[in-house]
Write a protein that binds this ligand. Structure first.
Ligand code: DGJ
Length: 743
């Protein structure tokens, strides 16, 4: 088994194929401490020495005066609160007496095969023989509070997951004011910290900086994982790059408020904590009740950022995304949003579908505006019945017409929202999240439904199900267009209002679970004003998430670079749209837009009836490329060769078939520099001993592949590189295909 307990040393060793995580019970007082996380170890003898317990003055039992120094230096697996470890605590309570201290010590443990579900929460999964789980029970002796730390170890991926269940085994109710899902105290290596930040239309840009002393964290209290920050951080050795160096990644499987923080302390330690953001969180636990905190994914790579990326991609493809669509080529879709916005009727939609079908597009997705009185974004969210003024004949009829063209049909919803101007609001004004006596803020003229309430979820789901049952709808885009503010639930008592944000997320998960139970083959795409809720929690429900409302091919280079740092390309919703681009006003070649979309789920978001003949032809070339290469893009390994975000000139990444026999190279020359010269790119992930034939994939002419006549050795391509010719002008794309030449 991948988890071993060494009785004599009182050490737990958690082994993945290439990594070891060590923690153990300290001789003094039974604290659970962290010892090591990194390259897989051959043995652990002497590991307890690493605790530095005998170092003066850190021996609390013998020298109680120095208990505080001990707490502030000991590498805790789950840090205490209020007893002398002045670094970030993992847990904080308010008990009957108003006190907040917690000091967890080891009580017992259990090692199990497989991995159990987390009730109500998305989490990675594994069969009995694919993972093992260690549960370490900690207790705060003074209050009796119990904390069950879970560690699951995967047999076939270099990843470990951690989560925590807190059980109120005290005699009175208490309030959980903070519960981190993991705490890891590491030896300081002078790390850099990498996070993803952004805004609407600029999601997940990478940011790397030196981790100084003090705390550096990212967090959100927007009620969703957010455009602005991402529930992720990585610690990188200074020399770490794409190909080499040590990287520790932490990723939170949760879609609401989070805190991800690294703290460099006075001694040579760095503490990482990750969990639900304590701000806007307070959960009442009656005696005997338990609270399950969401899961954190930990991954160590000795092979730089690229290693971390591929670990996460494999973990998510094999152990997180459940959809039956995961390993399938998704239907190429056309979405009418950028084509029509709210201004459409069924004739317009059918005309788009008719033209699309001729080009080989396989599904039409009807976006916002088909329901209630929705002629603009001022009204009708919550009124999920068909607007027959726009869709004459109803949804069943429209779907039939689309199906007759040989296309599938998909529909947009925003189930978590309510417009003040809606039937639903007139009937149930108290269903909106709001604080009594305060006019709630209206983001995009709408309010947020209190889906922490069962009756609200039931009501909305019934409306959604009725529409979905009324027509042959095979895809749903589930949108969410504003953050949570004015936090108040009409259904929660005063001492439980602090539970609203987490209950909201649990409500969301329950709704999506019920949707998928009702329609098991549905292709679900999550979305939040673009990519405002692109996180591992949502991936558990939908195999793809709309990446950003910014469909500009150049902006997408940076957005998709940051997204694919963590997520497989098969998850990233990406479409070809018109120029000038509706968000940034930039004009880029049609082929470049095609390549950016091919690196994701691939689809179109434009009025195909207005496309020029030339663009129409190119659409069918791109579609041919999708069919030829989607398997490789969807299932392959991802390698990042150059970053436009860093160099401001060009971008390059590869999708490599597992084993290395085939690869696509996506190269974009953003700036066509005046000096005429080719550029040397070092390829990655190839077989050193193999020779490769190099072809160009044509996105602008009928012939799919042009053999360049070049055959080059894999090692040469990886060490010396490949020349990419200078392209003419800005924003030019080049897609290359390499295939091993077999004798
Ligand atoms: C935001 C989404 O990201 C868009 O794609 C579109 O669906 C609009 N909402 C519709 O309101």
């Amino acid at each position: 088994m991948s988890i071993q307990y060494y009785e004599k040393e009182r050490i737990f060793a958690l082994n993945t194929p290439h990594t070891t995580y060590l923690c153990g019970i300290a001789a003094q007082e039974g604290f659970l401490g962290h010892l090591y996380y990194g390259k897989r170890l051959e043995g652990i003898s002497g590991a307890p020495e690493l605790f530095r317990l005998e170092e003066s003055p850190f021996t609390p039992e013998n020298n109680d005066r120095d208990r505080v120094s001990f707490f502030d230096a000991f590498p805790f697996e789950y840090s205490s609160h209020g007893v002398g470890d002045f670094r970030e605590s993992s847990i904080k309570i308010r008990d009957e007496g108003g006190h907040s201290t917690v000091s967890p010590v080891y009580e017992s443990h259990e090692i199990r095969r497989g991995k159990e579900k987390l009730p109500g929460l998305p989490a990675t999964f594994a069969k009995e023989d694919e993972a093992a789980t260690l549960v370490i029970n900690l207790r705060d002796p003074a209050t009796g509070l119990k904390m069950e730390l879970s560690y699951s170890v995967f047999e076939n991926v270099d990843a470990i997951t951690r989560s925590v269940r807190v059980v109120n085994e005290t005699k009175a109710p208490l309030y959980l004011e903070k519960v981190m899902s993991c705490c890891v105290d590491m030896e300081d290596q002078g790390f850099d910290i990498l996070t993803l930040h952004g805004s609407w239309a600029r999601e997940r840009h990478m940011e790397r900086k030196s981790l100084g002393h003090g705390k550096f964290g990212v967090s959100t209290v927007r009620g969703e994982s957010s455009h602005q920050e991402h529930p992720f951080l990585a610690l990188l050795a200074k020399n770490a790059d794409q190909n080499g160096g040590e990287v520790y990644g932490f990723h939170f499987v949760y879609s609401g408020n989070f805190l991800a923080q690294a703290e460099r302390g006075q001694f040579s330690h760095v503490r990482v904590v990750m969990g639900i953001c304590p701000e806007e969180f307070c959960w009442k636990l009656e005696p005997g009740e338990a609270f399950q905190a969401p899961e954190v994914v930990l991954t160590y790579s000795g092979e730089g950022l690229g290693g971390m990326t591929r670990n996460l991609h494999d973990l998510y493809r094999n152990h997180l995304i459940r959809s039956p669509w995961l390993h399938k080529k998704r239907p190429i879709l056309i979405n009418n949003w950028e084509a029509t916005y709210f201004d459409f009727n069924e004739e317009k939609i059918i005309s788009i579908a008719r033209k699309s079908a001729k080009l080989g597009i396989e599904m039409l997705v009807l976006d916002d505006g088909w329901f209630g009185n929705r002629f603009d974004d001022n009204r009708s969210l919550g009124d999920w019945y068909v607007n027959t003024e726009k869709i004459r004949g109803g949804m069943g009829h429209l779907a039939e017409e689309i199906n007759k063209l040989g296309m599938k049909f998909g529909l947009w919803f925003e189930p978590e929202m309510i417009s003040p101007e809606s039937e639903l609001y007139r009937q149930h004004p108290d269903w909106a999240i709001a604080v009594p006596g305060r006019r709630p803020g209206r983001g995009r003229n709408q309010l947020v439904l209190d889906i922490s309430r069962r009756e609200v979820r039931d009501h909305v789901l019934k409306m959604v199900f009725d529409v979905l049952h009324s027509a042959n709808i095979e895809y749903v885009k589930w949108d969410m267009n504003r953050p949570l503010t004015d936090l108040g639930s009409a259904a929660l008592p005063a001492d439980r209002q602090g539970e609203l944000c987490h209950r909201y997320v649990l409500g969301l998960y329950e709704m999506q679970e019920r949707l998928l139970q009702e329609f098991p083959n549905l292709l679900l795409e999550n979305c939040s004003g673009g990519g405002g809720r692109f996180d591992p929690g949502m991936l558990y429900f939908s195999p793809q998430i709309w990446c950003s409302d910014d469909t500009d091919a150049i902006e997408r280079l940076m957005i998709q670079e940051g997204t694919s740092l963590l997520y497989p390309l098969s998850c990233m919703g990406a479409h070809v749209s018109v120029c000038p681009n509706h968000v940034v006003g930039r004009s880029t070649p049609f082929a470049t837009r095609g390549m950016a979309a091919l690196a994701g789920t691939f689809g179109y978001e434009l009025d195909v009836t207005k496309l020029s003949e030339e663009d129409k032809k190119m659409t069918s070339f791109q579609i041919a490329a999708y069919h030829a290469f989607n398997n490789l893009i969807r299932e392959g390994d991802y390698y990042r060769n150059a970053s436009y975000l860093e160099n401001h000139l060009y971008d390059c990444f590869q999708a490599v078939e597992k084993g290395g026999a085939k690869s696509l190279v996506f190269y974009t020359q953003v700036i066509g520099q005046p000096a005429r010269h080719s550029r040397r790119i070092r390829l990655m992930g190839l077989k050193a001993e193999a020779d490769y034939k190099i072809c160009t994939v044509n996105l602008d002419r009928e012939e799919l592949l042009t053999d360049t006549g070049r055959v080059m050795n894999g090692d040469l391509l990886m060490q010396a590189g490949m020349n990419v010719e200078r392209l003419w002008g800005d924003f030019q794309a080049k897609l290359l295909y390499l295939e091993e030449v077999r004798a």
